[in-house]
Design a protein around this ligand. Structure first.
Ligand code: HEC
Ligand code: HEC
Ligand code: HEC
Ligand code: HEC
Length: 209
């Protein structure tokens, strides 16, 4: 007994599949359905969304209108004399820091360029995180351990070690909660889905009338 011969394909089936493929070829070649609608034109993303800088710029020295604090505050508490004689005021400063609304909770009474610790000693601007730590102990602990705020630098101490980001690079000390940020525009929507959705919405709308 030899190998079994495969069953013969009936002529009509062979013809149908060849014909079917030819129809498909014509269908695709003539582009009967047309192309999908083009993608929406989306404006180029503003570079601000890719900016890796912190929200705030950290000041290097305590000045107001270019003048050192001591030019108006002579280390007296509080400001002595008629404030109007000093000219400029701080009315632009908006305090929104919960119950913490008193200037001297933070600013040192006698050293106007410094901040005040619980015991009345001064905290320098360069150590400003210690000021925040006075009242935000848990957040300060997290920050110290790298769990709050951003770290840069290197994990390897030999290569410089990690660099923490100071609190006021992100939080405005006078208004520490973030104001709402503007969202970047949405990505492309599949044009076919969008077309169907709007057609559907149109039908629904028609039904209401
Ligand atoms: C051009 C003068 C001038 C400079 C410079 C200046 N201040 Fe003042 N400051 C004033 C005047 C006037 C007042 C009182 C009126 C007011 O509060 O606006 C005042 C009030 C204040 C108060 C409120 C308590 C108080 O004494 O009445 C604080 C805190 C303060 N200043 C901090 C600072 C700090 C910190 C700096 C430096 C970054 C600074 N000031 C620089 C003029 C100045
Ligand atoms: C939560 C602590 C805190 C309180 C409360 C606070 N400050 Fe400040 N202030 C700071 C810190 C920290 C800085 C410096 C860092 C910075 O400017 O980013 C500063 C900066 C300033 C400056 C210099 C920069 C600027 O914005 O002109 C002035 C003036 C000032 N404060 C005045 C005041 C006055 C007046 C009050 C009360 C109405 C007040 N601050 C309340 C923490 C505080
Ligand atoms: C004298 C105490 C005191 C100091 C100093 C202080 N804060 Fe605050 N902070 C408060 C209080 C009180 C609140 C309000 C908490 C609330 O409303 O639940 C607050 C609220 C905040 C909030 C908003 C938290 C929330 O859940 O809404 C942030 C962020 C913040 N502080 C950051 C800072 C930073 C950064 C510094 C240092 C520049 C600082 N604080 C210094 C007392 C302080
Ligand atoms: C790299 C930016 C960054 C740095 C640095 C940073 N924070 Fe924050 N912090 C945030 C953000 C973002 C939130 C969440 C804010 C929101 O939900 O509105 C936050 C929230 C907070 C809150 C609210 C309660 C909480 O823990 O969620 C406090 C208080 C606070 N920060 C204090 C601090 C203090 C104190 C420091 C410095 C020791 C610090 N932050 C450093 C970005 C930062």
């Amino acid at each position: 007994m030899g190998a079994e011969t495969p069953p013969k394909i009936p002529l009509w089936a062979a013809g149908a599949s060849v014909g079917g493929f030819m129809l498909l070829a014509v269908f695709f070649a003539t582009n009967l359905l047309g192309n999908a609608p083009p993608n929406d034109e989306i404006p180029k993303l503003s570079p601000e969304y890719a900016d890796t800088a912190t929200v705030r710029k950290v000041r290097k020295e305590m000045t107001f209108d270019g003048a050192p604090c001591s030019s108006c505050h002579e280390g007296t508490e509080p400001l002595q004399g008629d404030p109007k004689e000093k000219g400029v005021f701080h009315e632009k400063i908006e305090i929104k820091h919960g119950r913490n609304q008193h200037c001297f909770n933070c600013h040192h009474r006698k050293q106007p360029a410094d901040f005040s610790n619980f015991d009345g000693s001064a905290i320098k601007l360069a150590d400003v995180q210690l000021l925040c730590a006075k009242c935000h102990g848990t957040t300060f602990r997290d920050w110290n351990n790298g769990a709050h705020g951003r770290r840069s630098g290197h994990w390897d101490v030999a290569k410089g070690g990690p660099k923490p980001t100071v609190c006021i690079a992100c939080h405005n000390p006078h208004w520490p909660i973030f104001k709402p940020l503007k969202a970047a525009p949405a990505p492309h929507v599949n044009p076919r889905t969008r077309a169907r959705k709007s057609a559907h919405a149109g039908a629904e709308h028609g039904g209401h009338e």
